[in-house]
Design a protein around this ligand. Sequence first.
Ligand code: PBG
Length: 352
Amino acid sequence: TPKKANAPPGTPLVPPQDLPSRPRRNRRSPSIREAISETTISPANLILPVFIHDGEQNIPIGSMPGVDRLGWRHGLLDSVAEARSYGVNSVVLFPKTPEELKTPTAEEAFNADGLVQRSIRLLKDRYPDLEVYTDVALDPYNSDGHDGIVRDDGVVMNDETVEFLCRQAVSQARAGADCVSPSDMMDGRVGAIRRALDREGFTNVSIMAYTAKYASAYYGPFRDALASAPKAGQENRIIPKDKKTYQQDPANYREALREARLDEAEGADIMMVKPGLPYLDIIRLLRDNSTLPIAAYHVSGEYAMLKAAAERGWLNERDAVLEALLSLRRAGSDLILTYYATQAAKWMAGEH
Ligand code: PBG
């Protein structure tokens, strides 16, 4: 018979179960929980992606509340200064290119005086110890809205594109980039970029490969931010509506391992999985099959989902975001690219 609920503390209400193991003992106080916590996260793990444009003002992005296209120079410098003051010392640059500078072969990608190249020089001049990452892919510069060069019959050409990616990567390295990040998913690009960089003397410039990049619906807000979505085809030219002939099928797991083995053999310094939260299994797969550092991209659509729910009061934004980032770490990522980088670092510092 159960004892009364107002019996002295410690008096069992029912006879104890005969349990040798009670996992709750290890969760009984903040001290024990902290002592055995398996995963940590700090601002040093975070990389802030920044959108830049060649104007004065910061321009809000409709589908990414709280994220702006930053004006060159002040908006960019201020945003980086704020991130650094909270311990986020890594940024990756994404340019919004005016339509009139876009071409089918995206030459603006390797303009020595292009927006990205100028921004790298500006940032490295002001903050020599800042880790500046760049994106290597043609989509921000390509009038067809693809990461590679589109032939009239709609084929996204591999080896021709890789030539252009090498020129883009070298021009970014020449401007002072610390790490170039091919996000295009062309075959052989990591090795080709490594050789091109080395030939030009940039043996110290790293490559963070977008190794397992999926053809994901979660990139929508990013393409809004840069107006970089695939364009409509014309009468005499076919333009693929999606990126499925180069980005991976979300149904595929083993394919990620195949890409990882290639990127590692081709000389990648860091391997990335993208998107993040829907692909935790892929992060774990790469973590367990390589000794390289692994990065996860918590992409624009993941940001937008959290923002939308938080704005409606449906989620506690701070708790939900920090849990998402911690989960990316627990799955095995060392680095996390996230639009929440500065905000998360503030929360980690105890601010609101
Ligand atoms: C371009 C690129 C994309 C993203 C990063 N680099 C978009 C795409 O592949 O269409 C997406 C990032 C995000 O959604 O936050 N190669």
